[in-house]
Design a protein around this ligand. Structure first.
Ligand code: NAP
Length: 220
């Protein structure tokens, strides 16, 4: 099985990629901080999600690889603080990285997976901020609500028994996502390795065409 992980270089995505390799799968691992290459059954593809051109180049590279059986959409960037003082560039980049520039990739995979005659999976990691508004996360919440709206709608649109869609809504995890925004409650955040195990086990057991997985902070 070939598993594409968007955002496999750090945090939760790195842990999911590790589990996929441990379980014997080929992985296509992406991030903006790695270089294109291969290492055994791992393929590395550089993509900068703040650039739509870079996402187009990623899709062209995927065309030359074996079909993707599972897609984990994990990449994301946090933006916190008062909306009034945030820079327009940071606001738009957050939307681009978290949802806008990923849309063509989801569309590309949706077209191929929807007509597949064997099992395919799309797994989107959103956030508890995709369903709960927080005063200092307006733009991040906007991006995550958009991701949730997209995936729930695709869950309804999915007419194939061979395609399973999973929406994951985790709470706080101890990852580098928070490096630019120190959080006083960081000590209570979850271990991304445990969250990754929970997600992969849920995904592999899922029989329904669409399912949601809540992983509230403190539950693991
Ligand atoms: N940590 C939490 O508390 C928490 C809670 C709920 C939901 N989430 C969500 O969980 C997901 C994973 O977060 P994490 O905590 O694991 O974050 P992380 O440790 O900061 O990792 C983020 C990943 O996204 C990739 N990424 C970020 N910007 C990118 C860009 N411009 N182009 C390509 N890839 C990019 C990074 O790759 P490069 O560095 O190589 O670009 C990295 O692999 C995110 O969607 C986040 O919103 C996190």
């Amino acid at each position: 099985m070939t598993i594409l992980i968007l955002g496999a270089t750090r945090g939760l995505g790195r842990e999911i990629a590790r589990i996929c390799r441990r379980d014997g799968h080929d992985t296509i691992e992406t991030g903006s901080s790695l270089e294109n290459g291969r290492e055994g059954r791992r393929t590395f593809l550089n993509v900068d999600l703040s650039s739509s051109t870079s996402v187009s180049a990623l899709m062209a590279q995927l065309d030359a690889l074996p079909p993707v059986d599972q897609f984990y959409w994990v990449a994301g960037r946090l933006l916190k603080g008062d909306f009034a003082v945030q820079e327009e560039r940071a606001i738009l980049e957050t939307m681009d990285i978290n949802v806008r520039n990923v849309l063509p990739l989801v569309h590309y995979l949706w077209q191929r997976m929807g007509s597949a005659d064997s099992l395919r999976r799309i797994v989107a990691v959103a956030s508890s901020s995709g369903k709960k508004a927080r005063s200092d996360e307006a733009v991040y919440a906007a991006s995550k609500f958009a991701q949730v709206g997209l995936i729930r709608s695709l869950g309804l649109e999915n007419r194939s028994d061979n395609l399973k869609i999973t929406l994951v809504l985790p709470g706080g995890m101890k990852t580098g996502l928070w490096d630019r925004f120190p959080n006083p409650e960081y000590g209570t955040f979850m271990d991304p390795a445990k969250v990754a195990e929970r997600i992969v086990a849920f995904v592999n057991a899922q029989q329904e065409r669409f399912a949601e997985l809540d992983i509230p902070r403190g539950s693991l």
